[in-house]
Design a protein. Structure first.
Length: 141
């Protein structure tokens, strides 16, 4: 940019009486505030129109999704129950309890569980306790 253009730009920006914009000082064109307002209004109108079109597309897509769900519900309920129903976690079906176990029994349990899959001790203790309680309850009847 030439020095003259820079000076013209600075002068136009400082001169409040002329109320010239930076665009006028730089390009030599003057746009009135009315023109600026019209341009802004036109841009807002275009944006609003685009937003309206997007909302209409979203509504259409939602209607299509609802239709697809209805068609999918016609599949067997067994299938959908396996897809939508999560398998309960151990924390959902079990409660943590604290018990004192004899050292020798714990060592034997640890030795037996070595190399087994995760949850082995829980399954073993629950199975043994269930069998024992079933036997006691049967004898008390």
């Amino acid at each position: 940019m030439s020095a003259n253009k820079k000076n013209d730009l600075r002068a136009a920006m400082r001169n409040k009486e002329q109320k010239k914009t930076a665009a006028y000082a730089f390009f030599g064109e003057e746009k009135s505030n009315e023109d600026n307002n019209k341009t802004e209004t036109e841009q807002l109108n275009v944006t609003n129109k685009q937003n309206t079109e997007n909302k209409q597309l979203n509504v259409t897509n939602n209607k299509k999704s609802e239709t697809e769900v209805v068609e999918a519900d016609e599949l067997s309920s067994d299938f959908w129950s396996t897809v939508t129903n999560k398998k309960p976690t151990v924390e959902d079906t079990h409660t943590r309890g604290t018990f004192l176990i004899q050292n020798e029994l714990l060592e034997r349990l640890d030795a037996l569980a070595k190399g087994q899959k995760r949850g082995f001790k829980t399954k073993l203790v629950n199975h043994a306790l269930k069998e024992f309680l079933d036997q006691i309850e049967k004898n008390n009847e």
